[in-house]
Design a protein around this ligand. Structure first.
Ligand code: ITT
Length: 186
């Protein structure tokens, strides 16, 4: 059993689609470190959430961001703030003069137990387009990969190619090879 500390239930759905029901949602809002590194933010959050949850069950956190090349990587680690302020339409306005702006998503998943903290990363390159699709969440409608936005993919399709799916794949294979502590997680 692994606790997934996040305020975002959609992330948990994606992790459960990958790792199964042994991933349990811990609705916990950890203090986000002011950092440009997703991995540092996730690690700090995992450590905090692990102790807040009692310190007897492994905890994962996921810090993700979208990095737009023409905007120098903005919003990157500030993706949540930007999503809740200017939103998708604000991003599209900023990108008006650019033709097929390229971007990538990145996820850092931090796993914290009483023995260790390990980070797993994944990324995906794509293009920013006008919104399409009703699946997914966040920036999915404006992020196109291979002709489809992430919001035009079901959860399994998205997991197969996404930043989070790639990080989850690394976590899954690490859990499979890891001893005692995690047996039964996957
Ligand atoms: P927690 O920090 O509580 O886990 P959050 O939603 O704030 O939840 P992030 O800071 O990692 O998570 O997310 C930054 C922003 O990027 C936020 O607006 C998300 O909706 C968005 N986002 C994260 N993963 C995404 C994905 O797979 N597809 C589209 N948008 C995503």
């Amino acid at each position: 059993m692994v606790l997934f500390a996040t305020t975002n239930a959609e992330k948990v759905r994606e992790a459960q689609a990958y790792l199964g029901p042994s991933v349990e949602h811990l609705d916990y809002d950890y203090i986000e470190l002011q950092s440009e590194s997703l991995s540092e933010i996730a690690t700090h959050g995992a450590n905090e959430a692990f102790h807040a949850a009692g310190g007897d069950r492994p905890v994962i956190t996921d810090d993700s961001g979208i990095f737009i090349d023409d905007l120098g990587g903005f919003p990157g680690p500030y993706s949540s703030y930007v999503y809740h302020t200017i939103g998708l339409s604000g991003i599209l306005t900023l990108l008006k003069k650019f033709d097929s702006p390229r971007a990538y998503f990145r996820t850092s998943i931090a796993y914290c137990s009483n023995e260790q903290i390990v980070v797993f990363e994944g990324s995906i390159k794509g293009t920013i387009v006008d919104p399409r699709g009703n699946e997914g969440f966040g920036y999915d409608p404006i992020f196109e990969y291979n002709g489809k936005t992430l919001a035009e993919m079901d959860i399994l399709e998205k997991n197969a190619i996404s930043h989070r799916g790639r990080a989850l794949a690394k976590l899954a294979s690490w859990l499979e090879n890891d001893p005692v502590e995690h047996r039964g997680v996957k």
